[in-house]
Design a protein around this ligand. Structure first.
Ligand code: HEC
Ligand code: HEC
Ligand code: HEC
Length: 126
C-alpha cells in the first residue's frame, strides 16, 4: 500500500508540474483552473506562486509579534478576493476542494492548519 501511495503522489506531482508549466510558462507550482478574481493581486502571479507562503508567514510574525497589521497581505484579503462561489452562490469554505487555497495544495500534498483559527471565507477575520 505504501508503495502504491508513494507512486500515486509522485505521479500527481509530475502531473501538477506539467500543468503548472503549461498554464504559467513557469515550472514552479500548478495554477488554479478558476482564474476570475476581481482586481489585482498583491504581487504578480509567478511571484505569488513561489512566495505566497513567505509573504503570509512574515506577515503573521509581524502581526503576532510586532502588532503590525498592514491590510495588503492579510489572509482575509486573500480569501476575500480569491473567493470561489459554490452551488448555492455563496463562497465555499476550505472544507470544499474548490477553495482557492486548496486548488494547488491538494495536488502537491501540502497541508496548512491556518483555517483552524482563520476564516476561509470573505468577511471579518475570526
Ligand atoms: C484584490 C484581489 C486579490 C487579492 C487581495 C489577492 N489576490 Fe492573489 N491573485 C489575484 C489575481 C487577479 C491573480 C491572477 C494574476 C495574474 O494572472 O496575473 C492572483 C494570483 C494569485 C496566485 C497565483 C495563482 C496562479 O495563477 O497560479 C496566488 C498563489 C495568489 N494570488 C495568492 C494570494 C494570496 C496568498 C493573497 C493574500 C496575501 C492574495 N493572493 C491576494 C487577485 C488577488
Ligand atoms: C492558533 C491559531 C492560529 C493559527 C493556526 C494561525 N493563525 Fe494566523 N493569526 C492568529 C492570530 C491570533 C492573529 C492575530 C490577529 C490579529 O491581530 O488581527 C493572526 C494573524 C495572522 C495574519 C495577519 C493578520 C490577518 O488577519 O491576516 C496572517 C497573514 C496570518 N495570521 C496568517 C496565518 C497563516 C498563513 C497560517 C497557517 C500557516 C496561520 N495564520 C495560522 C492565529 C492563528
Ligand atoms: C498556485 C498554487 C497555490 C495556491 C493557489 C496556494 N498555494 Fe500555498 N502552497 C503552494 C505550494 C506548491 C506550496 C509548497 C511550497 C514548498 O513546499 O516549498 C505551498 C505552501 C503553502 C504554505 C506553507 C506550508 C508549509 O508547511 O510550510 C502556506 C502557509 C500556504 N501555502 C498558504 C496558502 C494559502 C493561505 C493559500 C490561499 C490564500 C494558498 N496557499 C494558495 C501552492 C499554492
Amino acid at each position: 500500500m505504501t508503495g502504491v501511495r508513494t507512486l500515486l503522489i509522485a505521479l500527481g506531482l509530475a502531473a501538477a508540474a506539467v500543468t503548472g508549466v503549461l498554464a504559467a510558462g513557469e515550472g514552479t507550482a500548478p495554477s488554479p483552473a478558476f482564474r476570475q478574481w476581481p482586481g489585482e493581486c498583491v504581487a504578480d502571479a509567478p511571484f505569488m506562486r513561489r512566495n505566497h507562503m513567505d509573504l503570509l508567514k512574515h506577515q503573521r510574525d509581524d502581526t503576532v509579534h510586532g502588532g503590525i497589521r498592514p491590510a495588503n497581505h492579510s489572509l482575509n484579503a486573500c480569501v476575500t478576493c480569491h473567493a470561489v462561489k459554490g452551488d448555492d452562490g455563496h463562497p465555499v469554505t476550505v472544507a470544499d476542494s474548490r477553495h482557492f487555497c486548496r486548488t494547488c495544495h491538494d495536488t502537491t500534498a501540502v497541508r496548512v492548519d491556518c483555517f483552524s483559527c482563520h476564516t476561509s471565507t470573505p468577511g471579518v477575520a475570526k
